[in-house]
Design a binder for this molecule. Structure first.
Ligand SMILES: [Zn+2]
Length: 418
């Protein structure tokens, strides 16, 4: 017999951008939503498990499409890569996954991780061996020699290696994509420019040559793998849009021209505002070198304006935080929602980005990202009225309940072990 759960009362935000609904009702049968709408006139079926959402907001689980699940928010990335045996990292991955769901994040995409642990985690969660969010893995990212993802100190040879494969030349790039697919990755990640943690203006340089970039796009397209690209400068961003990448990560220089090029395409902009905010707020205290903090601080106001412009003219935006990377904890999608509000969006618009729009980016919008009959029951019950107090999403302790596929995986900000 079907197991029925009823979430009663509370303000319902369905993720589609529609106005919140007071006194909502969500009925879950097994792993899917049977009904989501006003409570009036609907009976709660006898025998149903009832979750009281009075004083809370009921909404779709949050999504984060820029996560490094094998990193644990260090202040020194190179140290993070070399100091831990791979077995130890695996246990940290398990902990990072529980921290993720405890914060109301029910779907993630990983964008470069150690030892294909992201793929292993995806399988373990899917097989019920571990608690965690739905996971779309890139496996190891692809980076050129000395590229932004080439993080290992050059005097160390690789054992379990970097979070990236270092590849140069057309044949090597093509083979590396095939290796990610063989390992079980369902996305491909490329690093096309330097980043805010790089010195000497590398953020303005490109890394893969045009023929390497093109072969990556062509190979991924042939294998039906969508591509996510780390790209900050305008030349790289325009190259990505023209090449048909699915998501552009960070995009500090995603200016009006880039936005106009992206409008009407299937390319999504994932600005990862959270990691930038964390570097500005906590960088000095954590001992980051000045140029890293300056790289971000000098560009942030403009970055926020670019995000707002892109949103206003209809560019696709998705929610990614860079969780696991510098000073950015796992389970940060709620922080990204607040950051979008800081860019000038309304809370409902920002929530729609972190739910329905991000689901569209992953092409899973018929299953998750909104509270509608027929969707999988990835639902969070958040303390208070999130539409007027969006910062409630930032604190895991505000997550009264977190359900993935109707199954309760966290409560009161703590993951439930099964
Ligand atoms: Zn990243």
């Amino acid at each position: 017999m079907a197991m029925t759960t009823a979430i009663v009362g509370g303000r319902m935000i369905d993720g589609t951008g529609a106005d919140p609904l007071d006194d909502g009702l969500v009925l879950i049968e097994d792993d899917r939503i049977g009904y989501a709408g006003p409570r009036s006139g609907r009976e709660v079926p006898t025998g149903a498990r009832v979750i009281d959402a009075a004083g809370a907001t009921v909404m779709p689980g949050l999504m984060d499409v820029h996560v490094h699940i094998s990193l644990s928010a260090p202040s020194d990335l190179a140290q993070e890569l070399i100091a831990r045996p791979v077995g130890e990292v695996a246990f940290e991955v398990a902990q990072n996954l529980t921290q993720t769901v405890a914060a109301g994040v029910t779907t993630i995409r990983t964008v470069s991780d150690l030892a294909h642990l992201d793929i292993a985690a995806r399988n373990a969660i899917a097989n019920g061996k571990m608690v965690g969010p739905r996971l779309h893995p890139c496996g190891k990212g692809l980076t050129a020699t000395g590229g932004h993802g080439d993080l290992m100190p050059c005097w160390l040879c690789q054992s379990h290696g970097d979070i990236c494969e270092v590849v140069d030349g057309v044949e090597a790039v093509r083979a590396a994509i095939r290796r990610q697919a063989r390992a079980g990755a369902t996305w491909i990640k490329l690093f096309q420019t330097g980043g805010v943690i790089d010195p000497h203006g590398r953020i303005d340089a490109e890394e893969f040559a045009p023929d390497e970039f093109e072969i990556a796009m062509q190979t991924a397209r042939m294998m039906a793998l969508p591509v996510a690209v780390h790209a900050h400068n305008k030349t790289a961003i325009l190259r990505c849009i023209a090449g048909g990448v699915r998501s552009i990560e960070h995009g500090m220089h995603f200016d009006t021209e880039c936005a106009e090029a992206a409008r009407g395409t299937e390319t999504f902009f994932v600005p990862t505002l959270t990691v930038m905010d964390r570097i500005i707020k906590h960088g000095a205290q954590a001992g980051l070198v000045d140029y890293m903090i300056d790289n971000v601080r000098q560009r942030t106001t403009q970055h926020h304006e670019f995000v707002r412009y892109a949103f206003d003219i209809g560019v696709n935006l998705a929610c990614g935080t860079d969780a696991g990377s510098l000073l950015t904890p796992h389970g940060s999608a709620g922080r990204e929602v607040v950051q979008f509000v800081n860019c000038g969006l309304t809370p409902l618009q920002a929530i729609q980005i972190a739910t329905q729009n991000t689901a569209r980016m992953l092409k899973v919008e018929d299953d998750v990202g909104s509270l509608q009959a027929g969707r999988l029951a990835d639902v969070i019950v958040v303390e208070g009225d999130v539409a007027s107090r969006v910062e409630n999403l930032e604190v895991a302790g505000n997550m009264r309940r977190v359900l993935v596929g109707g199954r309760e995986v966290a409560a009161e900000g703590r993951a439930l072990m099964h």
